[in-house]
Ligand binder design. Structure first.
Ligand code: B12
Length: 296
């Protein structure tokens, strides 16, 4: 097999348009060779580099004759070969709305890996990233994305029931997403990680005004309050409302922030006690803080 491909082959393999692939080649996102006649050719190594750096995956390996190749060679950076298979299956099952298949993959991943953090960081997050890219490219319909979220929320809640109820003495972690942010999966995942690490938890849900988040914190006095930020409509308004919230949060409550929308431009303008990029990092923090003293 010739280990280099045309943009059209790559487009079929990734299920994106050929013009997108050509654009990526011309922007240098995918390193590209040229034939004597000036046509673009993408060697396998350069394709793998691109997949790793963008967390994309090959959806249709047959298009580039990769069906013979070991899964190891087409895996995303962090996954095991077996894991990459499950990732592809999970994405397909979510897009098909096949909840039973999604449940099987969820359980299999959960029992073979180290806790919920891996499920969130290594399965849910990359699969939804791919679904988001598919939606952007127009090959995933909006209803497929929404239904995928609904299914995933239900599966997480099913898992939640399996995690032992923490004792009444356990510290409380509470949080949600602010106004305009409708993303349920990140805040629900945050709750799961705390719960697994033995905290009592209260996920307040999505799209809650900062004034109301503050009321909840004052009423229940959790040890930790998380603010999950996946979407910011107006940065100036967000920063002003956040600052008001953070400055009035009762002293001693640990303020944790996280989420895709906390860019390097935004986050330095916020005051908080801790920030995590992902659920694995959060799992370490949750374990460390559980028995630790409250900060001054
Ligand atoms: C599902 C989805 C939606 C759904 C969510 C429904 C629901 N019930 O939750 C809805 C319909 C709300 C939606 C709407 C929109 N969406 Co949307 N959406 C997505 C999608 C496909 C998945 C998001 C998700 O839940 N991922 C799973 C979670 C678990 O992964 P994660 O967010 O990356 O979180 C990880 C880390 O960031 C971290 N983390 C996250 N939060 C927190 C919090 C704490 C405390 C901690 C410690 C860690 C942490 O840990 C997580 C696990 O590893 C993404 C694609 C993508 N790249 O993610 C697009 C995406 C984010 N959406 C996008 C867009 C454009 C929109 C809209 C603006 C569309 C529109 N025109 O209306 C709106 C804005 C919505 C709003 N006002 O909130 C774009 C954003 C582009 C950009 N660069 O800004 C994306 C990237 C799709 C794309 N490729 O174009 N969306």
């Amino acid at each position: 097999m010739d280990d280099s491909f045309t943009p059209k082959q790559i487009a079929l393999a990734l299920r994106v348009s050929e013009s997108s692939v050509k654009r990526w080649c011309d922007r240098g996102d995918i390193r590209t060779d040229r034939t004597v006649g000036g046509h673009r050719r993408i060697p396998l190594g350069f394709l793998l580099e691109f997949l790793e750096s963008t967390n994309r995956r090959i959806i249709n390996p047959n298009a580039i004759g990769l069906e013979q190749m070991s899964a190891e060679r087409i895996k995303p950076a962090a996954g095991k070969p077996q894991a990459s298979e499950l990732i592809l299956q999970f994405e397909k099952s979510l897009l098909d709305g096949d909840e039973s298949s999604c449940r099987r993959i969820f359980s299999s991943w959960y029992s073979n890996n180290d806790g919920f953090a891996s499920l969130a960081d290594d399965l849910i997050c990359p699969v939804f990233r791919a679904i988001g890219n598919g939606w952007q490219e127009g090959i995933v319909d909006t209803y497929q994305e929404r239904r995928g979220c609904e299914i995933t929320v239900r599966l997480i809640l099913e898992l939640r029931r399996l995690v032992d109820e923490p004792s009444g003495m356990a510290p409380l972690a509470m949080g949600g997403t602010p106004s305009g942010d409708r993303y349920q999966l990140p805040t629900l995942s945050t709750e799961m990680v705390f719960r697994e690490k033995g905290w009592r938890t209260a996920n307040l849900g999505a799209d809650i005004p900062f004034t109301s988040l503050l009321s909840a914190a004052r009423k229940h006095m959790p040890k930790l309050f998380w603010v999950s930020v996946s979407h910011v409509t107006d940065e100036a308004q967000f920063l002003s409302e956040y600052a008001h919230f953070a400055s009035r949060l009762p002293k001693g409550i640990i303020l944790l922030v996280g989420g895709r929308a906390l860019t390097d431009g935004l986050r330095p303008k916020m005051v908080y006690s801790a920030h995590c990029d992902g659920m694995r990092q959060l799992a370490v923090l949750a374990r460390t803080l559980k028995n630790g003293p409250l900060p001054e």
